[in-house]
Write a protein that binds this ligand. Structure first.
Ligand code: AMP
Ligand code: ZN
Length: 476
């Protein structure tokens, strides 16, 4: 097998993956803030993390993967000022912050399942507040100072603060709101004391007053508790390369009393953008996975759309692009359906032929080259269209590709991929019933009846597509 190379944002270079614990891979991915639904840009980050996890499993590593849930502490500014997003959402919806967190976490997990992201445990930040307080106590004397607002981290106390952010540090710092009394613009809150006379729904007692932890401390503490420091790979969206991850690194170094950054490899997925730029929760069209499903698209078409781009490239979301991904997925599903039929005819079950070294390497070379999923897809399509290879063998390779890419090609049917908008004027089974009746009429050469059915469908917005190359029988 090829060596797995991954792009490490810390060194800005490709590095061969060398696990800290032989045979194991430990991965931490910054999870969502659960004060709202996730948009499809957020979901790109988790499709990426899942693809990394699948690649590590494919390479034979025993994987431990954590995606946490930020149910406390994330402020409206990326640094340490602004309103608490959870508290704000709670106030505007008239619900408890705890209920809100639970509701949006459930919605997030449902989206992960629809995208065929492998199931993981999702520990919540609120379950680790005691450990965060202990961590803060351990680093306080050498690295922190107190302000009215709580406990702040002095970034000049660790070596090479912000190395991960590099050239973008200026841009990063310009986004940090100033807080009276901070020693450096980049200093950040470890503990946010509740202002006198106010109260928060989510608050805890601490040596720095009643309050809530800062956002960055949660990931240092949870990764240490759940994976042990140092661990192998830390992931997040590329925005985290500028502030959140440099701050995590600073805390990790303070706690380790040395230069160790906590994770060896830091990986970042690029943004999903639309015409207006980065898709974000506050600006632009707020596209959720559900809104794609409501327009009739199967969630795995979005997963394929993500995999068609390299994770380090920007990906532009357009409806045309999503439609093209859906058509591509459908082509693959149809090819697999044909393979299954061929296998039944040849009576050669899966596993009849051992795979050669070369065949086993088909996907390995691409995925090992920093997760080159576009090339894995091309290799897969090569297998699907390779008429010289027995169907039983091709199906075996499809199974490997399914494990690696999570496209579920062996289970999906053409019918699953039909564009089926929530507000369609007519139900799918009704259409299928009419199409079947029309087929029968045509078989009986009763063209009057067949035309009548076509007109009836047209009146309901359904176009019948005879002889369509992709096998669609109708479209809306
Ligand atoms: P948040 O809940 O805002 O912390 O975001 C959750 C994850 O989604 C983080 O890893 C972000 O970096 C990532 N993310 C946010 N917006 C986008 C986007 N437009 N494209 C890709 N990833 C994103
Ligand atoms: Zn994080």
């Amino acid at each position: 097998m090829a060596d797995l190379t991954l792009f490490n944002s810390l060194t800005r270079s490709l590095e061969a993956f060398a696990p800290i614990h032989p045979g194991e891979a430990r991965v931490y991915s910054c999870g969502p803030t659960v004060y709202n639904y996730q948009h499809v840009g957020n979901m790109r980050a988790y499709v990426f993390a899942d693809t990394l996890g699948r690649a590590l499993s494919f390479k034979g590593y025993k994987l431990t993967h954590v995606v946490n849930i930020t149910d406390v502490g994330h402020l409206t500014s990326d640094a340490d000022a602004g309103d608490d997003k959870m508290e704000k959402a709670a106030a505007s919806l008239g619900k408890s912050a705890w209920d809100i967190a639970r509701h949006y976490q459930e919605a997030f997990e449902a989206d992960l399942a629809r995208l065929n992201v492998r199931k993981l445990a999702h520990p919540r930040a609120t379950e680790y507040v005691e450990a965060m307080i202990e961590w803060a106590k351990a680093i306080e004397a050498k690295h922190c100072y107190r302000l009215d607002g709580g406990l702040y981290f002095d970034v000049s106390t660790v070596p090479e603060y912000g190395r991960l952010a590099r050239a973008s540090t200026d841009e990063g710092e310009s986004r940090i709101d100033s807080v009276e009394g901070k020693r450096h613009a980049a200093d950040f809150a470890i503990w946010r004391a509740t202002p006198p006379g106010e109260s928060r729904q989510m608050e805890w007692d601490s040596p720095w007053g009643r309050g809530a932890p800062g956002w960055h401390i949660e990931c240092s503490v949870m990764s240490a508790e759940l994976l042990g420091h140092p661990f192998d790979i830390h992931t997040g969206g590329i925005d985290h390369r500028e502030i959140h991850h440099p701050n995590e690194i600073a805390q990790n170094q303070a706690h380790a009393c040395g230069p160790d950054t906590g994770a060896r490899i830091w990986m970042h997925n690029n943004f999903l953008v639309d015409r207006r730029g980065k898709m974000s929760k506050s600006t632009g069209e707020f596209l959720t996975l559900q809104s794609l499903v409501d327009r009739g698209y199967h969630p795995l078409a979005y997963r394929l759309m993500c995999l068609q781009a390299h994770y380090r490239s920007e990906l532009e979301f357009t409806w045309e692009g999503l439609g093209a991904a859906l058509v591509r997925l459908k082509r693959m599903v149809m090819a697999v359906e044909k393979l299954k039929a061929d296998m039944a005819v040849s009576k050669q079950p899966e596993g009849s032929f051992p795979l050669s070294e070369q065949e086993l390497a088909l996907f390995d070379d691409a995925i090992s080259a920093d997760l080159a999923t576009p090339e894995v897809l091309t290799a897969l399509e090569g297998v699907l269209s390779n008429k010289k290879m027995p169907a039983a063998k091709r199906i075996q390779l499809v199974r490997i590709a399914d494990d690696l890419l999570g496209l579920n090609l062996l289970e999906l049917t053409r019918g699953d991929l039909r564009i089926d908008p929530a507000d369609a004027p007519i139900a799918q089974d009704e259409i299928d019933r009419l199409i079947a009746r029309r087929k029968q009429a045509r078989a009986e050469k009763d063209f009057a009846a067949s035309d009548a059915i076509r007109d009836e469908l047209a009146a309901k917005g359904v176009e019948v597509m005879d002889g369509d190359a992709l096998g669609w029988e109708w479209k809306l």
